[in-house]
Design a binder for this molecule. Structure first.
Ligand SMILES: C[S@@+](CC[C@H](N)C(=O)[O-])C[C@H]1O[C@@H](n2cnc3c(N)ncnc32)[C@H](O)[C@@H]1O
Length: 401
């Protein structure tokens, strides 16, 4: 039996997702249900440690240096980041390491407890504090704190998002109806070993439809930005990552004036036609790739400042950089400062290189993709021309009669 249709971001799959991460603990990673090597490996962590050090060098810093990681999960990224930072500080004889406090947070107490008990991060125990923090709740947990660096790896895609399509000048929204998950949930609540191991969210039967959307019901500035994210003059679909935006606004409340926010995740650009912008299902979680273009444009637009209570009186502007970590795979990194950040954002040698190199490679890749299409069209034309002009029709008739 199917449950009634709901707006995609309000669908029951998101409740299953939250329940899963709140309860599964580090088994999710130990059993290989959640991939992490692509975002949390040493190379990715090193790039962020380097960026952090290069930005700290711009400042006259005194007192403890506080770093917050949000959605830390299995702690793989923390381990690699701390190892990279320690190495950089040692080679360059910097005193950052001795002043460092690393706050490792997740919205799941179970995950944090199990991570601490596992001893995975014992090597860095004296630097670590474990904190429960829900990225979507600005009043939870950390409101007294402020940080030099806030990082979220593979977290923005964990938040509910809406999926829109534009077709012949009208806007539509994705609605989802799923098979009733009750039997799975009951067994799961009884902690059935078999079900914890099984990835049933993917197997739940799902059906979707697009319903006409009252476009005017969205905030004006969001609408204006989203309109520029659709494919120009073509029918297309996109993800409205409003949850990721809300989380970034919460992070801005926690970062120090000269601090940095760095988020890496998988990107989803506008797709042709009525695309479902299908999420990935890992374990019993949902990962909806992020519309980074929307987030980037949101913070690049200067007149957004008034909307962010906290920075109402600031005269500066956000500095934001979007790095395509890989020209083909959709891993992206967004770097964001507060409007009162005093310096010009320093991407550092590594990110500058990645930025320029991948911008060029992406351009080439798109060009080749277009070229490939052009080649198909040319072949079709040649075939057509051959059929008409060089006795092709005759040849067909003789061969297939
Ligand atoms: C896909 S995992 C990523 C883990 C880790 N950062 C990595 O790169 O492997 C997402 C993590 O975010 C946590 N999470 C999900 N929603 C969250 C929220 N609203 N606030 C804080 N953490 C959240 C989950 O418990 C999980 O540990």
């Amino acid at each position: 039996m199917y449950l009634p249709y709901r707006r995609f971001d309000e669908s029951e799959i998101w409740q299953i997702h939250s329940f899963y991460f709140q309860n599964i603990g580090i088994k999710a990673w130990q059993r290989g249900q959640i991939p992490y090597s692509g975002v949390s490996n040493f190379t990715e962590a090193y790039k962020k440690a380097r960026l952090f050090v290069d930005n700290l060098k711009l400042q006259n810093h005194s007192g403890p240096i506080k770093v917050l990681e949000i959605g830390a999960g299995y702690g793989e990224f923390a381990r690699n980041f701390l190892a990279a930072l320690k190495e950089i500080c040692k080679v360059e004889a910097l005193d950052i390491w001795s002043k460092l406090e690393y706050h490792l947070s997740d919205f799941s107490q179970t995950t944090l407890d199990q991570l601490q008990a596992s001893g995975r991060l014992d090597e860095f125990a004296e630097k670590l504090e474990y904190k429960v923090f829900d990225a979507l709740d600005k009043y939870s947990g950390l409101h007294q704190e402020s940080y030099e660096l806030i990082m979220a790896n593979y977290l923005l895609d964990q938040f509910p998002a809406r999926v829109f399509a534009r077709h012949k000048g009208k806007y539509y929204e994705k609605y989802l109806s799923i098979e009733d998950p009750q039997r799975y949930l009951e067994k799961q609540r009884a902690k059935s070993f078999w079900l914890w191991r099984n990835r049933w969210i993917k197997r739940l039967r799902k059906q979707h439809e697009f319903r006409e959307l009252d476009w005017q019901s969205l905030p004006l500035n969001h609408r204006e930005i989203l309109e520029t994210c659709f494919r120009s003059n073509k029918d297309s679909s996109l993800v409205y990552s409003y949850g990721s935006l809300a989380a970034l606004k919460n992070f801005l409340q926690l970062v120090k004036p000269n601090g940095l926010i760095v988020c890496s995740d998988f990107n989803m650009s506008a797709k042709p036609g009525f695309d479902e912008c299908e999420p990935c299902y890992y374990g019993n979680s949902v990962a909806q790739a992020v519309n980074f273009e929307f987030l980037y444009k949101y913070f690049s637009a200067q007149d957004e400042l008034a909307e962010l209570e906290h920075f109402k009186d600031e005269t500066g502007s956000y500095q934001v950089a979007l790095i395509y970590e890989d020209p083909i795979k959709p891993l992206h990194t967004l770097i964001l400062t507060r409007p009162d950040y005093e310096h010009s954002l320093e991407l550092g040698e590594i990110y500058k290189k990645v930025y320029h190199q991948n911008w060029l490679l992406r351009f080439l890749y798109r060009f080749l993709a277009e070229l490939q299409l052009a080649c198909y069209i040319l072949v079709l034309f040649m075939l057509f021309f051959w059929l008409l002009s060089f006795g092709g029709l005759e040849w067909f008739r003789n061969t297939f009669q």
